[in-house]
Design a protein. Structure first.
Ligand SMILES: C[S@@+](CC[C@H](N)C(=O)[O-])C[C@H]1O[C@@H](n2cnc3c(N)ncnc32)[C@H](O)[C@@H]1O
Length: 320
């Protein structure tokens, strides 16, 4: 299903289920009722905003937008988006896409037939900034990036693209540690390069995963912390004790750093996190994505629920 074929606005209760009959058109003799404005979605979903000024928007991803043409962002995930999303079949799935930014992944999941709830911050208030982070040459405390200005412009990009692509996705604003239960349940949750920006990535996963019925997709940057592909394969042959899950703390006050990056997370660590949250069956996909025109090594962990219930109460295995 293409995003363009989806209805513009949904009732607040969500998408109709698969068995919902299609609306029946009125007989020709009946005058058409005046078209009522679509109802605004109820909280926690944010009401749609009309944004038409491309210049006001910040696009994180390159995208093709009907009526606007190609917009350019630092990341061009278009050629490798299937790998980025873990090659999951989204058709008919209800999906929570966390850290949506300008919505690129949301709109791709919609194109693949998913019904999406996007999630992101709507202000810099809840961003986990590294204390005293600075860019090289900047005074202490000055990151060079004004997140208070950037995040609303990224939200604007979402709404501009949402209208251009006639998306039906809904969005909830908030921080990843307080995703409201009212969003759930969902079949799939997607965490696209959001965990490296969180001070507590385990808590970020643990908040949403109880509402996920089937699959979690986590994509992160490989970074220098992780071994190149060929060595990574050899590493798989090492005894388990020698390939312990790891995470590296990125900030270093001596060399300066970016204020919004906390961790390089290894695939094994994410598999371990997801395992203790009830998603024990996982695979790792390694891929390259275009960042500022050059390939950058990334990986995606796709994990399937094997244990039902809330974390801590092992109520039974769903598979295996
Ligand atoms: C690097 S961008 C990733 C965009 C997209 N998901 C992708 O994979 O290309 C990180 C996104 O996570 C959001 N984010 C960062 N910290 C967050 C937090 N604590 N709660 C919610 N969203 C957060 C940012 O606003 C941003 O949109």
């Amino acid at each position: 299903m293409s995003a363009g074929s989806l209805p513009q606005q949904l009732p607040s209760g969500g998408l109709p289920g698969p068995g919902t009959p299609a609306p029946v058109s009125a007989p020709p003799s009946t005058p058409a009722p005046p078209s009522a404005p679509a109802p605004a979605p109820a909280p926690p979903y944010a009401p749609p905003r009309s944004v038409t000024d491309l210049g006001a928007c910040f696009f994180y991803h390159s995208m093709d937008l009907p009526g606007f043409g190609e917009v350019t962002g630092e990341w061009d995930l278009r050629p490798g988006v299937a790998d980025y999303l873990g090659r999951v079949d989204f058709a008919g799935k209800r999906v929570l896409e966390l850290g949506t930014a300008d919505g690129f992944l949301t709109f791709e999941i919609e194109k693949a037939g998913g019904e999406v709830v996007s999630y992101d911050l709507d202000s810099a208030r809840s961003l986990d900034l590294v204390p005293f982070a600075r860019r090289r040459g900047s005074p202490v405390g000055s990151s060079g990036v004004d997140f208070a200005e950037l995040i609303p412009r990224m939200n604007d990009a979402y709404w501009l693209a949402h209208a251009a692509l006639e998306s039906s996705a809904r969005i909830v604003y908030g921080d990843v540690y307080s995703v409201p239960d009212a969003i759930g349940p969902v079949d799939v949750a997607v965490f696209g390069t959001i965990l490296l920006h969180t001070r507590d990535p385990f808590a970020a996963l643990a908040r949403s995963l109880p509402m996920v019925r089937e699959t979690v997709v986590v994509t992160e940057d490989h970074g220098r912390f992780l071994l190149p592909e060929v060595l990574g394969r050899l590493r798989q042959r090492l005894p388990r004790a020698l390939r312990r899950p790891g995470m590296r703390f990125i900030p270093d006050w001596r060399t300066s750093t970016e204020p919004e990056g906390w961790w390089r997370l290894s695939p094994e660590l994410l598999q371990a996190f997801l395992g203790v949250l009830g998603f024990e069956a996982s695979v790792v996909i390694r891929h390259a994505q275009l960042y500022r025109g050059a390939p950058r090594q990334m990986f995606t962990v796709v994990a399937h629920r094997t244990v039902a219930g809330e974390p801590g109460e092992r109520t039974g295995r769903e598979h295996g």
